[in-house]
Write a protein that binds this ligand. Sequence first.
Ligand code: 23J
Ligand code: MN
Length: 262
Amino acid sequence: MEASLLAQLLNAIGSGGIRIVDLTQPLETGTPIIQLPPDFGASKPFRLEEISRYDSRGPAWYWNNFSCGEHTGTHFDAPIHWVTGKDYSQNATDTIAAERFIAPACVIDVSRQVAKDPDFLLTVQQVESWEKQHGRIEAGSWVLMHTGWSKRKSASDFLNIGEDGAHVPGPHPDLVPFLAKERDVVGWGSEGVGTDAGQAFRFNPPFPCHSGMHGSNKFGLASLTNLDKLPPKGAVLIAAPLKIVGGSGSPCRVLALVQGRA
Ligand code: 23J
Ligand code: MN
């Protein structure tokens, strides 16, 4: 008898015919967090506080309290995160339909351009030329910008903040409505600390990726890594935030399923 679809999937994962690529950064005290100008509220860094470790506080068990902002490390942005997405009905971490947490990914490699220009912005024209090579971005896909930025290991290199703000690549303001409306993507993912470019506070509109994606009920993924291990098309992402009631996002484990051996 033919194996069930789920048994086929598990067999493929067990035999290496489908690989799991972890797109998640380690979450620790030193995990870089976004720095907004001081007149805005600030997100707290990740913190771990030991409750007990097989000791007088708990002889047989080890556990911790942890705390952090919702938008810490590799994390998910829900539509309710931005004012433009505040009125959608299933726009928060607890109300988004769970089916939307599993979706295919298109990976656009711009690491060569970003190595020369940390303020690189991906344009509609560049995405259209990617589509000529790899096929059209299908509705419901993630678009992941592979910049190589996750190779920047120190917080200062990763955040790359100058006197005039952060210098981190992102989508061009015109690309966001193109992807959200003309391609109907599920969301945008980046290797930077947030989904927008470092200079996006100056753009029109400000933070166009947050504004435009969430304004179209789309998601964001930030601080991704290992995008160099994904094919341009064909990977399937599992990216689910914690079910925080009314949450605007959360750290999450982002896994990619990739067909074929490494
Ligand atoms: C709040 C304000 C601006 C930005 C952000 C959050 C993020 O990048 C985020 O993590 O969502 S740019
Ligand atoms: Mn965020």
